[in-house]
Design a protein around this ligand. Structure first.
Ligand SMILES: [Zn+2]
Length: 288
C-alpha cells in the first residue's frame, strides 16, 4: 500500500510538473513569437541613413574653414554665391586648379595646347619664345589692347615654363641666394603656376613694377579681363612667397570677378575654395 501510495504520489508529482512545463511553454511560446515578430519588424524597417546634403549645404560647409569676413560676405548673399560657386567648381582644373608648395602639379604635367605670343603682333613681349594657352593669350591680348588705348604699355616678360626649366631656375637660385631666399621667391619645380600656361609676368619682374602705371592699371582692372594677382602685398604668411606685383594668373572673367566680389580678390583663397568644392561629387551633378 505504502509503495502504491508512494507511486501514486510520484505519478501525481510527475503529472503536476508536466502541467507546469506545459503551462510554462504556453506562456513562453507566444512571447517567443512576439520576439521573432519584433526582430522581423526591426529588420523590415528601412536602414536609417542620413539625408544626402544638398549642393548648397556643401558650399556652406566648405566655406566654414575660411576667414570670417569672406564667410559673412558669402553667407549674406548665399542665393547668388552658391550657384556661382557650383558653376565654377564644375569647371574645375586646369584653369582653376589650386597650386602651392603643398599642392604641386604632377611632374609630367603639360598644357594641352600652347600658342606663341609673338604670333599676336599687338602684344609687347620681351622674348619670341614666350607661350601660353590660347584662352589665356586671347584674354591677355584684350587686356593689353585696352591698356594701349590708355597709353599704357604692358610688357610680357615671362609666360609658360616647363618643369625642367623651373628646375633650372630653382637650382640656380639655390646656388646664388641660398634656401631661405629661394623658398620665398622661386617655386620648386611642379609648384609653379607658370606650368599651366595661363600665367604671365610683366615689366622688369622686380618689386619696382608696383610703382608703374601698368601695375596701377592691373590692380584696378585685371579681374575684368579674367586675371588675378597670385601673390599680393602682405600675403607671404598665406602664399609662402614674397609680394609679386608682376605675376598674374588667368582664371576666366567669371572666376576673377567672383574672387573680387567674395574673396577680396585673393586668388589663393578663391582657388583653394573652388578646388575643395570640386572634390565633392554631388557638386558635379548639381544644377547651379
Ligand atoms: Zn611669375
Amino acid at each position: 500500500m505504502c509503495s502504491v501510495h508512494l507511486k501514486k504520489n510520484r505519478i501525481g508529482q510527475c503529472a503536476s510538473s508536466r502541467v507546469s512545463i506545459l503551462l510554462g511553454l504556453l506562456v513562453l511560446i507566444p512571447s517567443l513569437f512576439g520576439c521573432v515578430r519584433e526582430v522581423e519588424q526591426i529588420s523590415e524597417t528601412p536602414e536609417q541613413t542620413e539625408e544626402p546634403r544638398t549642393a548648397q549645404e556643401i558650399v556652406t560647409d566648405v566655406l566654414k574653414a575660411y576667414p570670417q569676413s569672406f564667410k559673412n560676405t558669402a553667407l549674406d548673399a548665399i542665393e547668388e554665391f552658391s550657384p556661382l560657386a557650383i558653376q565654377l567648381a564644375q569647371q574645375g582644373p586646369p584653369s582653376l586648379r589650386f597650386i602651392d608648395k603643398s599642392n604641386p602639379l604632377p611632374l609630367d604635367y603639360t598644357p594641352k595646347h600652347l600658342v606663341k605670343l609673338k604670333d599676336v603682333p599687338s602684344l609687347h613681349i620681351s622674348r619670341d619664345t614666350l607661350e601660353g594657352t590660347p584662352e589665356a593669350v586671347d584674354a591677355l591680348t584684350s587686356m593689353s589692347n585696352a591698356m594701349d588705348k590708355e597709353g599704357i604699355t604692358l610688357l610680357v616678360s615671362s609666360a609658360y615654363r616647363t618643369i625642367a626649366y623651373q628646375n633650372w631656375l630653382y637650382e640656380r637660385s639655390l646656388s646664388l641666394y641660398g634656401f631661405t631666399e629661394t623658398a620665398m621667391s622661386v617655386a620648386p619645380p611642379g609648384s609653379s603656376e607658370h606650368h599651366l600656361g595661363t600665367v604671365f609676368d610683366f615689366g622688369d619682374i622686380t618689386p619696382a613694377f608696383a610703382d608703374t602705371p601698368a601695375s596701377a592699371w592691373l590692380v584696378e582692372n585685371a579681374h575684368n579681363y579674367g586675371f588675378l594677382i597670385t601673390y599680393p602685398e602682405a600675403s607671404s604668411w598665406l602664399t609662402g612667397y614674397m609680394y609679386e606685383p608682376w605675376h598674374y594668373r588667368f582664371v576666366g572673367i567669371e572666376a576673377a570677378q567672383f574672387a573680387h566680389t567674395y574673396f577680396d580678390g585673393v586668388a589663393w583663397y578663391t582657388l583653394k575654395f573652388l578646388t575643395e568644392l570640386s572634390e565633392h561629387s554631388i557638386i558635379h551633378s548639381a544644377t547651379p
